[in-house]
Design a protein around this ligand. Structure first.
Ligand SMILES: *[C@@H]1O[C@H](CO)[C@@H](O)[C@H](O)[C@H]1NC(C)=O
Ligand SMILES: *[C@@H]1O[C@H](CO)[C@@H](O)[C@H](O)[C@H]1NC(C)=O
Ligand SMILES: *[C@@H]1O[C@H](CO)[C@@H](O)[C@H](O)[C@H]1NC(C)=O
Length: 394
């Protein structure tokens, strides 16, 4: 847009000077050479000065200094960055360039965010069995100490704090899980799961899907409705503009470089902590777990996130909470359907309830979207265990 403006304007001084030269040539006998040169120079410099002050900064520099760099300038804000933003930019840029550490046995860290005992521990046990050394488990139990039934979970509770639904304490718990898991250098990919999540693929599939790609599976889309942009508040300025505000499911998977960037970020985290919370002014309810990482990664590394979550959830009923699966719902057909989906739906929260469908592209190929699914009632455990080897062999 600015580039076009720049080019368009760029044509003017040329034309003006052509015109003046023409005038000068015709009237060379009347006007002396130094005078018309002076005229050309002064008109041009008046024009340049005007362009510098009246055009947005990016297009002015685009036009005046380096038309090659216009694309880059376009992305840069038209305002001066704050000190904190500049510092953050430097750190994030360096961290994004860090090549992955090559460990002999890269592991996937499974981060369970739960109030207490995990109803599907037995199912996860079946999922992990036989894959020792290729995964690690971390449990953040925010209400009560879980009673573990699987050896993969015993002793894996990390220090926890209480978590309130929709509040920043949820994001703090996510950060706590990430930091504990980052201590182990062989953890290369980090998966956040809740107590109502189940695996819908076998371990090998999940391992290859996550490790052999360089993106994080972070859900991220624009919702112009009340539960999207309606939650944005101007207090987030200047760092977070509404055009960058994003929404998405909390249930992410992150590459190690992205998990480290989350540890390094204080600026944007604090913005969301202060200005994206329930019961804000004007009756706004903002939930940081659905906006902070989504907006942050959209701003710093849009190409590094897949924009969809590998954890399936069914919002098609259009209710406040997603569909929950009961014991009677658990059939091979239902599970086969979930694992065969290759497109991810996003519903906007405005009156139109627009459905935006994104194909799930994995390393350039359209592939199944989902490795995990929610929400499942604890009563589904027995049926899921019975069918586990069947549905994870699809
Ligand atoms: C995610 O969406 C952003 C636009 O919001 C896009 O620039 C980016 O390329 C997308 N990521 C992938 C991996 O396609
Ligand atoms: C991921 O790898 C592909 C090539 O395999 C490369 O084109 C792309 O830029 C990489 N993306 C990131 C975010 O590193
Ligand atoms: C599940 O798989 C087993 C053997 O692999 C088979 O005996 C059983 O009939 C299958 N169950 C269903 C519901 O298809």
């Amino acid at each position: 847009m600015y580039l076009k403006q720049g080019n368009h304007l760029f044509a003017w001084p040329q034309r003006i000077s052509d015109f003046l030269i023409m005038v000068g040539t015709r009237k060379r006998s009347n006007i002396k050479r130094p005078i018309w040169i002076l005229l050309v120079v002064s008109v041009t410099s008046i024009f340049l000065t005007a362009a510098y002050f009246y055009l947005p900064r990016s297009s002015a520099s685009c036009f005046l200094f380096d038309s090659e760099a216009c694309g880059a300038y376009e992305a840069v804000a038209t305002r001066e960055l704050t000190d904190d933003e500049t510092e953050s930019k430097v750190v994030v840029k360096e961290l994004l360039k860090t090549p992955p550490v090559h460990t002999k046995k890269p592991k996937i860290a499974f981060l369970f965010l739960t109030p207490g005992t995990l109803p599907f521990e037995k199912l996860w046990h079946a999922f992990f069995q036989g894959h020792e050394g290729r995964f690690s488990v971390y449990v953040h139990a925010s209400k009560e100490k879980p009673a573990h039934v699987s050896r993969y979970f015993v002793g894996r509770d990390i220090h926890s704090e209480s978590v309130d639904w929709g509040k920043i304490s949820m994001v703090e718990a996510e950060r706590r899980l990430l930091s504990n898991a980052l201590l182990d250098l062989s953890n290369q990919h980090f998966v956040l799961l809740s107590e109502s999540c189940i695996p819908v693929r076998h371990f090998e599939f999940v391992y290859n899907y996550l490790l052999y790609t360089n993106v994080s599976f972070l859900d991220c889309f624009v919702d112009p409705g009340p539960h999207g942009n309606g939650r944005y508040i101007g207090h987030m300025l200047p760092e977070v503009e509404i055009k960058d505000f994003r929404k998405g499911s909390q249930w992410f998977t992150l590459k190690r470089r992205h998990a480290i960037i989350v540890m390094a970020d204080n600026l944007y985290f604090t913005k969301f902590k202060l200005h994206c919370r329930p019961n804000m002014e004007g009756g706004r309810n903002c939930y940081s777990d659905e906006h902070y990482l989504q907006t942050f990664f959209h701003m710093i590394d849009p190409g590094g996130i897949a924009n969809w979550s590998v954890t399936y959830v069914d919002w098609s009923e259009g209710k406040w909470h997603p569909r929950s699966f009961a014991a009677v719902d658990i059939t091979l057909d239902v599970l086969a359907q979930i694992s065969s989906l290759t497109e991810c739906p996003h519903y906007t929260s405005d009156a139109q309830r627009t459905l935006v469908i994104t194909p799930c592209m994995w390393n350039g190929l359209q592939r199944p979207c989902y490795l995990f699914a929610r929400k499942f009632y604890p009563e589904t455990l027995d049926n899921l265990l019975k069918l586990f080897s069947n549905f994870t062999s699809f």
